[in-house]
Ligand binder design. Structure first.
Ligand code: FAD
Length: 471
């Protein structure tokens, strides 16, 4: 009671949630992790965030930052001790400033990604980060997980889109680091330490983001392919032919798209006959500074050459923005269709593009040998070498039975990822999901340095304990 009263004194009684009001914050998006918090606290200002963290640090209460709670690694979910304070950043949702001369915007951590994209568009600029959870994820969560998404190929991930940060440290101090500078060599880069730290070093309360010119037109094409090797050949061809205009290159296994049209019958695949039943599809996007007609013409050249070379079996180039959106919608619906199909074992891995085909082929075979009847559900951002290599139970496994073997599945897949020089977390982060796997694959010196950084910035282990690292 004493703790709750102290927190109420900082943010107001209505913004300290407990019991049933807190439940939605205590479970992750995939419903894989469920915990119990002392309270959910909803500050509206950086000073309130700092005061909450100061109180928790003094009282020895763990602090868990939370944004939109769309993370896929259990990073924002408390343990079941009932001691942690979830600090929801949702009320820090102001766009503080847009500077079109400097091509930057200062936004608070609780801003929903989609509202930041819209504010940039209203100012005649592009904020390019784009992902299927953009209607609910927040800028703070995007920064804390260094989110990637579908435009990384051209614009980079969240780290590349950020110039400055405002952070509440683990001691409850405020670091005013909102700088709109492209060049700033004044010592250690604290910004890059906090980006991707998943709430384990401090709470990000605001950021200075980079803006880009708005493309005049966009065009999308869906290609039907017989193999990953063909997809990689087309990626090389598209990069050479389209240069920086190529803003997206997504790979999807045929069964992913079939799951989407099954779960969401209002959507349809724009192919008939054998082209509707191929093992792979690629979604390409071009951003053009002239016109839609120009974008289409450029696509027609590249796609035409790829068809002629036998790299592509069939292709649809969108005739309109509406058709472009419909094609993107197919891609963005895959995680939702997966969720409808039940729990699967997910891997968000990074592989050198040159070893992607070998990785998929060998890992599929090894998984079938070890877990006969499982179904691979594979999609991802091929242009970035990032695959969501997921394993579903199909009809041969009971849900609980495959999940009970989850650690064996992870070990098999992650060993293969490591063997081809990849990373076991490409864009989703570590959270609690991959915490114990991390030391198996990361350089021991790198792990030791990470622990020392955690010890230096959060010596009392207040910030999001049990996530990313065991200290
Ligand atoms: P949360 O889930 O609330 O938190 C995530 C982590 O960040 C936690 O560790 C939390 O403690 C920490 N955190 C949150 N806010 C702060 C803060 N202000 N300061 C410090 N730490 C903080 N991710 C991708 O990268 N690419 C994708 O393409 C992609 N697609 C997705 C599709 C779907 C359908 C879903 C559900 C998720 C997807 N994700 C993707 C994952 C997720 O949306 C992103 O990781 C997103 O960036 C998380 O933002 P959030 O606000 O929901 O963070």
């Amino acid at each position: 009671m004493e703790h709750l009263d102290a927190l109420r004194a900082v943010v107001g009684a209505a913004q300290v949630l407990t019991g049933a009001d807190a439940q939605g914050y205590e479970v992750d998006w995939r419903e894989r992790y469920r915990g119990r918090a002392l309270a959910v606290v909803r500050p509206a200002h950086v000073d309130e965030v700092a005061a909450v963290v100061r109180y928790c640090a003094q009282a020895g209460l763990p602090v868990i930052p939370q944004g939109g709670n769309t993370g896929l690694c259990g990073g924002a979910t408390p343990d079941d001790s009932g001691r942690a304070v979830i600090v929801s950043l949702q009320r820090l949702n102001q766009i503080r400033h847009i500077d079109t001369d400097n091509d930057t915007m200062d936004v608070e951590a609780g801003c929903i990604l989609q509202s930041v994209q819209q504010a940039a568009r209203d100012a005649g600029r592009l904020f390019p980060l784009s992902l299927a959870a953009e209607g609910s994820c927040t800028i703070g969560g995007n920064l804390a997980t260094n989110a990637g998404g579908t435009q990384v190929l051209r614009y980079g991930n969240m780290r590349e889109l950020t110039l400055g940060l405002e952070v509440v440290t683990a001691q409850g101090d405020i670091w005013h680091g909102l700088r709109g500078l492209r060049k700033d060599n004044t010592g250690y880069d604290l910004r890059d330490l906090y980006i991707g730290s998943e709430g384990t070093l401090g709470i990000i309360t605001a950021a200075t983001l980079k803006l880009h010119p708005l493309p005049v037109a966009r065009c999308t094409a869906l290609l039907a392919l017989d193999s990953i090797a063909s997809a990689i050949a087309v990626l090389g061809r598209a990069r050479a032919g389209l240069g920086p205009s190529l803003t997206g290159f997504e790979l999807m296994a045929g069964n992913c798209l079939q799951a989407v049209v099954r779960c969401f019958p209002q959507q349809r695949l724009p192919f008939d006959g054998p082209s509707a039943d191929l093992p792979w599809y690629a979604l390409l996007e071009i951003s053009d500074s002239e016109s839609e007609a120009h974008a289409r013409e450029r696509f027609e050249v590249v796609v035409g050459d790829a068809l002629e070379a036998g790299e592509v079996q069939d292709a649809v180039i969108a005739e309109s923005m509406a058709q472009s959106h419909a094609l993107w919608h197919l891609r963005e619906s895959i995680p939702l269709a997966e969720k409808e199909m039940g729990k699967s074992i997910k891997h968000d891995v990074s592989i050198p593009v040159s070893r992607m085909a070998e990785f998929v082929e060998h890992t599929n075979v090894a998984l079938q040998a070890a877990f006969p009847g499982i179904v691979n559900v594979i999609f991802g951002h091929l242009g970035d070498g990032n695959l969501h290599y997921n394993v579903a139970r199909g009809t041969d496994w009971a849900e609980g039975a495959l999940l009970a073997r989850q650690d064996d599945v992870y070990a098999l897949v992650h060993d293969r990822v490591h063997a081809v020089g990849g990373s076991i977390s490409a864009e989703h982060g570590v959270g609690q999901l991959k915490r114990d796997a991390l030391p198996l694959y990361k350089d021991p010196v790198e792990m030791a340095l990470m622990r020392r950084i955690k010890g230096a910035l959060d010596p009392d282990g207040v910030m999001n304990p049990g996530k990313v690292l065991v200290v």
